[in-house]
Each structure stands twice: as structure tokens, then as C-alpha cells.
Write a protein that binds this ligand. Sequence first.
Ligand code: NDP
Ligand code: 2IT
Length: 447
Amino acid sequence: MKAKIDTFMEEVKTRNGHEPEFIQAVQEVAETVIPYIVKHKIYNGKNILLRMVEPERLISFRVAWVDDSGVIHVNRGYRIQMNSAIGPYKGGLRFHPTVNASILKFLAFEQVFKNSLTTLPMGGGKGGSDFNPKGKSDDEVMRFCHSFMLELNRHIGPNTDVPAGDIGVGAREIGFLFGMYKKIRNEFTGVLTGKGLSWGGSKIRPEATGYGTVYFAQSMLKTKNENFEGKTVVISGSGNVAQFATEKAIALGANVVTLSDSGGYIYDKDGIDSEKLAFIMDLKNNKRGRISEYVKTYTSAEFHARKTPWGVKCDVALPCATQNELHQEDAKTLLNNGCICVAEGANMPSTTDAVHEFIKAKILFAPGKASNAGGVATSGLEMSQNSLRISWTRKEVDARLKDIMEDIHQSCIEYGKDDDGFVDYVKGANIAGFVKVADAMLAQGVV
Ligand code: NDP
Ligand code: 2IT
């Protein structure tokens, strides 16, 4: 089996040798899906995984824009349309200086499996730019978004490809992008998700990724007769996903003691309560400040510059910042400190070695493509509401989100339960996500 996986990976590396994050994401899937393919005649010999690792279309384009002082800048824009076997391409846009084809291909590849897991009809895609929104004025961000959409608009549409937010793309950016799409195409459609509530957005979409991650962790804990009540929770990031994971964990009785950004992490031994979280949301979303500023107001808390929070003793860890932010040594530290559950809110935050540590220790470990799928699932619900031209209540969307996270958890158990009863959620998520897409690809022939 190892030889089969190695041969496959050699071919992937030959074609994509300069794309380490993409190779990492493919490797993780290959390790679990190839053994399944070999055992199942209908998939064997069809080169399905080889077809799945090649994007259906990769679009790269120039984005020129003018800053407030009249200087012209050039950024690179992308949209990776990875797989449309089960629905229109769907996935976020990331604006961050580290964005390149490797990062977006890994994200688009993960998205194919994640979207398949949601039970909704969505293919996988991802896009973005190496534009850095930090330190830019609202007008500069608007001009960038408008220029970006001037090109992107010809590649997307409500039945073709429906982008949304990701790192650096939130409500403000989606607004500017939607405004320009509507202007160019002269149509008001559900071409983007994460829209404002008064112009086609869905209730609970901003909360969905963070809430969904906690719902998924709750389902995992339940299998061990555990819950969040009284648990110490360590969270990284302080953006959209981290904020709402914190909100839900607090609501379920947990003690959240850390949050972070790329400057370092805060440790509040008394716990981040609702009032402190409101302060953080205002700081990050309105003032666009740094997490280090928290300790100026809450002076009993500590700020640890340029460090990640994994050394803090906890029961549950929720990495919600970015890829490869949790390394093998961090995994060992978490395990030594008695951590029983890790659910990824971010995409691929744990390195391959870290994932292997968690699985070897047989703790509850959920890969992002399962545990953070609530965001895109609620985007799918936004698409449905837009098509029906109706708007569901908060209660209704939240109930659907909960059901979907529970369904994903069940799928992971169905495909990931080992003979000794241990649930390998990585294997479960990869195979369950694969089967639905592979069946659709087989039905549609070699295209
Ligand atoms: P935001 O832009 O709202 O927040 C990102 C957070 O992560 C910030 O705190 C940011 O800190 C931190 N961060 C970003 N890059 C780095 C880095 N290189 N090192 C350390 N910290 C970093 O993004 P989201 O919360 O939306 O996204 C977070 C993660 O969740 C990403 O992996 C994303 O792909 C994933 N995700 C998001 C979904 C969504 O619906 N938004 C859905 C599913 C997954 P700083 O401000 O210093 O950059
Ligand atoms: O990684 C992700 O799932 C997202 N950034 C959300 C994608 C979406 O289309 O809502």
C-alpha cells in the first residue's frame, strides 16, 4: 500500500514540486483514500484521485489599483476552480500577503472534500490575492476590491462559482465585491455569500464557522460522555472563526483562556467572558487593532509576543488562525498537558507530523474539512435562501447548521471507525468526502 501511495505522490510532486502546502494536503488525503480505492472495485483503476488533484481551471490575473496618495500598485488575483462534479464551485477568497498558487490550491482541494461532507450540492474552489488589507484605508480596500471584481466577474456566477470570505475578506470586502459585480452584470443574485443581512445575506453566516467547530467538538466529546461545561479551552486567532468559536464555547460553559494573532497570544487565566469578547470584537472588527492591546484593558492577562498558545494547559484546543500553526512539538505539549480534544477551525492548522501525534495518541482530533465545514454549509443555506428569495430565521438556520454538523460527525464515524472503536476523523472525513465526489465523477464520465 505504501508503494502505491508513494508512486501516486511522486506523480503529484513532479507536477507540483514547488507547491509544498498543496502537496501536504494531497498527501493527507492520499494516505487515507488510496487504501479505500484499492479495496473498492468501482473506484480502482479509474485514476479518480489523479483527476481530482488537477484543478478544472486555474485563473490568475493582474489587479492594478491606486492608493490614497496616488501611487499605482499591482497585485496578483486568483480563482482556482477545483472540482464541479457535485455543484457550482464554492469557496472563499483570501487577501493576505502570503497568498500564492500553492496556498490556494491546497485550500481549493480541501474545499472539495469539505463541501461534499456538508450534504449540500457544492463543488470546490478558492481564490484571493496577495493584497494586504492591513493598514489600508477603507477607500483603498474598496478600490482594490472593485479592481479585483472587474476581472473576477467574468469567471463567476450564481450557477457557476460562488465565492465568499476567508482570511482578510469579511463583511466590508464582500460588500465592495458585490457592489461591483452588480454594477457590471446588472443583476442582483446570490453570486457571493457572507452578504449583509439587508442585501441577501443569511442569518448566522458570520457565526457559522466558529459555532460549527464547537458543535462538532461537542459531538466528539459526547462520544466520551463529555461536554464543554467547565473545560479549559485554548483558541488561536482572533478573527471571524476564533471570535465565534469563543462565543459558543463560553455559552456552553467553557473557560476560554487564550486568543492570538500573528503578533502573539493573550493568556487570561480568569477566562474570556462575554464582556471581554465584546471588547475583542470591537478591537479587531471596528478598530482593526492588535490582540496585544487586550492586556492594556485587562491588566491581569498576559501577552506573549511572537508565540502560539499551545503551551497553555487545556482540555480542548481549537486552532482557528491559519495553516501550519500547530507543529509536532506543540502537539506533544498539548498531549502531555492532558488535552483530550482538538477541533480545527482553521484550514490545515496542524502540520502532518502534529496530526500523526494526535492520531497515535487516539485523542479526539477533527480535521478542518470536517469541523470547520459549518461556514461553507451556511453559505450553501444562503444560496438556497437567495434562490427561493426568502430569509430564514436565526433559529431555523442555527438548527440546520447543528443538523449538518451532526451529519458530518456521523459520516466521519461511518467511514473512520477502526476495529478497536477508535474514530479516525481524518480517515472518515477524507473517505466520506471522496465517495460522493467520486461517484458523481464516475457517473459523468471522463470530462
Ligand atoms: P480572519 O481574517 O477573520 O482572521 C484571521 C486570524 O488569523 C487573525 O487573528 C490573524 O491575525 C490570524 N492569522 C492570519 N494569518 C496568520 C499567520 N500567518 N500567523 C498567525 N496568525 C495568523 O480570518 P478567518 O477567521 O475567517 O479565518 C481563519 C481560518 O479559518 C483560516 O484558516 C480560514 O481559511 C479558516 N476558515 C474560515 C472560514 C470562514 O467562514 N471565514 C470557513 C472555514 C475555515 P493577524 O490579524 O495578525 O493577521
Ligand atoms: O474555508 C472555507 O470553508 C471558507 N472560507 C468558507 C467558504 C464559503 O464559501 O463560505
